[in-house]
Write a new protein. Structure first.
Length: 187
């Protein structure tokens, strides 16, 4: 009888350890799934914010094209050269609706140098983003805006010749990786 009781006590301890192991595995798996879900949610929120910024920049560009005289718009926002050093890198102050206001034209919103997908997210040095207008602060991250006005060999013969590439870049929360959303736009 003593042997039977010892065997049952041993089985009970093994069962308890096995149950703890299964519970720990289930909790670990649940944590992993919840963490991935949270990261995807944050990533979707960031991408949605970037898309909203792109849309507001396009709306601001359209507003300027519709409300400026043609020559002023061409001087400030169009490019007819296919040489990258002649491309314009800028962003727009969406809150500025007064065509006589200081932020209406491109003059106060130029980025420095030729920004691209490998440029650091910085507001000083070359290349860099204009800190006053081209960086949108969010609670969790900063969004860096660059509109590139450029022409291609095919677009030079078109009217208007300029193609606008609106890029928004940001450091992803958690990973620190640089993400980018971009759209090409043409009048």
């Amino acid at each position: 009888m003593k042997n039977i009781l010892r065997s049952q006590k041993g089985d009970t301890i093994i069962e308890v350890l096995l149950a703890i192991t299964v519970a720990a595995f289930a909790l670990g798996t649940s944590y992993s799934i919840a963490n991935k879900s949270l990261q995807r949610s944050i990533s979707a929120r960031e991408r949605n914010e970037a898309t909203n910024i792109i849309q507001s920049q396009i709306a601001a560009l359209k507003q300027r094209e519709q409300n400026m005289d043609t020559q002023t718009f061409k001087n400030n926002f169009e490019v007819t050269s296919t040489v990258p050093s002649s491309f314009k890198h800028f962003c727009l102050d969406e809150s500025s609706t007064d065509s006589s206001g200081p932020n209406w034209t491109i003059a106060n919103t130029m980025n420095t140098g030729m920004l691209d997908g490998s440029s650091p997210l910085q507001t000083t040095g070359t290349p860099s983003y204009n800190a006053a207008y081209c960086v949108r602060h969010n609670t969790s991250t900063d969004f860096y805006i660059d509109i590139v006005a450029f022409a291609t060999n095919q677009s030079v013969s078109s009217t208007p010749p300029t193609i606008y590439q609106i890029n928004v870049r940001w450091a992803a929360v958690g990973s620190g990786a640089i993400n980018q959303a971009g759209v090409y736009y043409r009048f």
